[in-house]
Design a protein around this ligand. Structure first.
Ligand code: DAK
Length: 258
């Protein structure tokens, strides 16, 4: 695939945005390639995904400014929709997605990381939403996901000032879960993906759906969503395996996604 590499490693897979010369900036082709890579993920065997950027300097330095610079209003809206549809697809993808943020995560890069379930950062990571400094609004969900992730006050500060924050500040405000050296980042992301992959896949997926869907509604509806998904795990082979193993004081057999 042109700008996106895909590598499946047993029960997890790594997606690498590979446009290093432009610091992995998202042009339309990168968005298309990412979408096609997602089409090819075998969700029967892949239980977690990692998204990262090629090279040591940048995760994604934003949407491609040279491509955007001459867009009309209609084209701008269409570009925003293309990115938003893709990021929403990542957010609701049936398996957990970890962003391994290996450098700049600006504009569309910060937005891509926020569409993932979990963000791990290298020490050199830099997060920011520089859009209003370029004369546009964030267009791939930044105004919505940032306020939900780090709270309205801090998010608005980042959105209005375009200030970049480093990995430690991102950790302090809860934008990332952990910070590693550049060398440790991918091993840590892969270890987390393996940990997720060891758990019962049907339950992990249902948990992701419950958390995501519940966040968008009131507590009573959210609890009803959870109850339904909780119920859906029963009578599965994996539920029987997990609970029988507990009662027999042993580890479960490997979960079969059944
Ligand atoms: N787009 C295109 N090219 C980029 C790029 C980007 N976002 N970021 C970097 N590059 C390219 C540079 O142009 C340069 O290319 P050459 O000149 O070598 O051909 C190459 O990558 C290396 O970059 P630098 O030479 O600038 O490297 P430095 O280390 O000096 O600086 C930097 C790194 C990340 C600080 C700097 O490159 C930078 O400031 N980049 C732009 C960061 C940025 O502003 N990102 C946000 C983009 S805006 C919407 C839809 C989407 C969006 C908004 C609205 N709607 C439809 C409503 C999303 C917007 C954004 O993401």
């Amino acid at each position: 695939m042109g700008f996106v590499k895909y590598e499946q490693k047993e029960q997890y897979a790594i997606i690498t945005i590979d446009r290093e010369k432009a610091l992995n900036a998202l042009n339309s082709q990168v968005l298309t390639d990412l979408d096609e890579v997602l089409n090819g993920v075998d969700v029967d065997t892949v239980r977690a995904l990692i998204i990262t950027g090629a090279g040591a300097k940048s995760f994604v330095a934003g949407a491609d400014i040279s491509e955007m610079s001459s867009l009309t209003k209609e084209q701008g809206e269409a570009f925003g929709k293309k990115g938003n549809d893709l990021f929403r697809r990542i957010e609701t993808f049936p398996v957990p997605v970890i962003a391994a943020v290996n450098g700049f995560a600006l504009g569309g890069g910060c937005e891509l990381s926020m569409a993932c379930d979990i963000r791990l950062a290298a020490e050199n990571a830099k997060f920011g939403q520089p859009e209003v400094g370029l004369g546009i609004t964030p267009g791939f969900g930044g105004t919505q996901r940032l306020v939900r992730l780090i709270g309205v006050g801090k998010a608005k500060e980042m959105l209005y000032t375009c200030a970049q924050i480093d990995a430690q500040e991102a950790l302090r405000i809860g934008l990332v879960n952990a910070v590693y050296t550049s060398e440790e980042l991918m091993p840590a992301a892969e270890k987390m993906a393996q940990k997720i992959a060891r758990n019962a896949p049907i339950a992990v997926r249902a948990t992701k759906k419950a958390a995501n869907d519940g966040l968008q509604t009131d507590m009573d509806t959210a609890i009803a969503i959870e109850a339904k998904l909780f119920g859906s795990c029963f009578e599965t082979e994996d539920q029987r395996n997990g609970m029988t193993a507990f009662l027999e004081k042993r580890r479960p057999d490997p979960y079969q996604n059944k």
